[in-house]
Design a protein around this ligand. Sequence first.
Ligand code: ADE
Length: 246
Amino acid sequence: MRIDILCLFPEMFVSPFAHSIVRRAETRGLVEVFTHNIRDFAHDRHATVDDYPYGGGAGMVLKPEPVFEAAEYVWKTTGSPGSPVILLTPAGRLFSQETAAELAGHSHLMLICGHYEGVDERVAEHLATDQLSIGDYVLTGGELAAMVVVDAVVRLIPEVLGSQESATDESHAQGLLEYPHYTRPEVYRGWKVPPVLLSGNHAEIVAWRRRQSILRTATRRPDLLDNVTLSDKERAWISESLLDRR
Ligand code: ADE
């Protein structure tokens, strides 16, 4: 996969992408990430990329010309104008594990990082194919959001994670939060690992983990349960544990 990021602060990406799984994926030739400074596509000698909003109001707006021209520059090299072009903005639809998995299936992605008060709407309407927000809060720019998206997507590209790091069990993969994990020692400061995990009974361990996932999701993220299918028995676990809590 090739990922091109159009932004105003390419230096921000150096350290996060120099480590961990993104770095490993790049070294193994599974992904290539390129950053482009939108300012390099400005037209005047002051490299102006923002301007006052029509209609008035606070803040500045990222101009359309340098953003379109940066994208066209990328397409000249990659020849793939059909692939997703994602504008990172707090006004976008909420990024999720499902969206990450969908994006991981493409061979090319372009990410556009907004800044200032906003981006000229013609970028959103005529250049971006999708607009994503990473959460209901406002960042100073789209760069951190783009890093989050790249990290979440790259680890889902086939072969990026080793078999030890499977992405099928983790939180959100099945629409539920993940069960709790324990490692040695068996007793730490008097706190014991749940005995079932030491029992060697695989079926019981699977059942315990499923129950933990469900109860944890019911407590912390009940909104997620609307999109998962649970058996009657599993629904009963939830009612019982909510009763216990009273
Ligand atoms: N830019 C500023 N805030 C953002 C957010 N929450 N998600 C994506 N891009 C952003």
